[in-house]
Design a protein around this ligand. Structure first.
Ligand SMILES: NC(=O)c1ccc[n+]([C@@H]2O[C@H](COP(=O)([O-])OP(=O)(O)OC[C@H]3O[C@@H](n4cnc5c(N)ncnc54)[C@H](O)[C@@H]3O)[C@@H](O)[C@H]2O)c1
Ligand SMILES: [Zn+2]
Length: 280
């Protein structure tokens, strides 16, 4: 960019999946202390999630989120025609995030996906065109209300505490979407155990994920105690308890006096994971 003589008047256009959004966003955030960026996401996950919210960065072998910057895009141009060539597993990863958006903040979006789950799994382009703006609007509205890592933005982490642990434990043989799908099912079961969520709502969550072609049980080689250990060694834990965001229904997160996250005893986490073991 320096060699090409790009100036403060230049604009970065990112064209690609979430990795591209994160990298191009970081470059735009730091070039001349920040020039505008426009995202043209090409994966469903990048359209529904990674292009929105201003988090940018690059991974380092020492860990995630060590290098990055907040830099909002001037615009996001999500052209769903790109999705025609997206591999099936990548498509389902995006679906998992869209289903999450419905669960945490938009019951109507969840209902629509439920009513047309067959078309959703079959990648009906007209349906995606209709649902994607709603899923994007969920993230936009949450980020607008709380642009920071604290408070409301945490509701986007539903399914992710266990999801990240499962992803890691599988040695990344689970995709992000597959891992958070299982994560959402188990975290919903925890919410039922804690009396926060009616079991019918948890059943609906599991059924929709399954109909979307996503896994709803731990892989056979997965060891629950190892998953718990990974969740516990994550920074979001203290003295035998792990921090979670849990649903109170379809379209709503269970709030505490201080916000959307709560400390859950490891015993509840373990028991819920055991219930979703492939062998059990
Ligand atoms: N900044 C954020 O808020 C945020 C949020 C969620 C995820 N992310 C990041 O996004 C990344 C995941 O995004 P992703 O799932 O898009 O991964 P990705 O960018 O690696 O894309 C997935 C795969 O699909 C390919 N691909 C993308 N678009 C395609 C198309 N139209 N046709 C054919 N192939 C296509 C890519 O080349 C890649 O192989 C992770 O690194 C994650 O950390 C960031
Ligand atoms: Zn995610």
């Amino acid at each position: 960019m320096i060699a090409s003589g790009l100036s403060r008047d230049s604009v970065v256009l990112s064209l690609g999946g979430g990795v591209t959004c994160d990298l191009a966003g970081f470059v735009a955030a730091t070039y001349m202390r920040g020039i505008p960026i426009v995202h043209a996401p090409t994966s469903l996950l990048a359209m529904a999630d990674a292009s929105i919210g201003g988090k940018t960065g690059v991974d380092h072998p020492a860990g995630k989120n060590l290098i990055g910057a907040f830099h909002h895009p001037s615009a996001v141009l999500a052209d769903t025609r790109f999705l025609a060539t997206l591999p099936a597993r990548e498509y389902r990863t995006g679906l998992a995030e869209m289903i999450k958006a419905g669960i945490v903040a938009d019951a109507g979006l969840f209902d629509l996906m439920e009513a047309r789950a067959g078309d959703l799994a079959a990648r009906d382009p007209g349906l995606i065109e209709e649902l994607l703006p709603r899923a994007m609007a969920v993230k936009v509205s949450i980020v607008e209300k709380d642009d920071g890592e604290s408070g409301l933005r945490k509701i986007l982490n539903f399914g992710h505490t266990l999801g990240h642990a499962l992803e890691l434990e599988s040695g990344y043989s689970l995709t992000h979407g597959e891992a958070i799908s299982i994560g959402m099912v188990v975290e919903a079961a925890m919410a039922v155990r804690l009396g926060l969520l009616p079991s019918e709502a948890a059943d609906r969550i599991g059924r929709l994920l399954e109909r979307a072609g996503l896994p709803v049980r731990l892989p056979p080689e997965s060891v629950p105690s190892r998953v718990v250990q990974l969740a516990v060694t994550d920074k979001k834990s203290r003295r035998g308890r792990v921090e979670f965001v849990l649903p109170a229904g379809i379209g709503a997160v269970a709030m505490t006096g201080t916000g959307p996250s709560r400390w859950v005893p490891e015993t509840i986490v373990s028991a819920s994971l055991e219930d979703y073991c492939s062998g059990g």
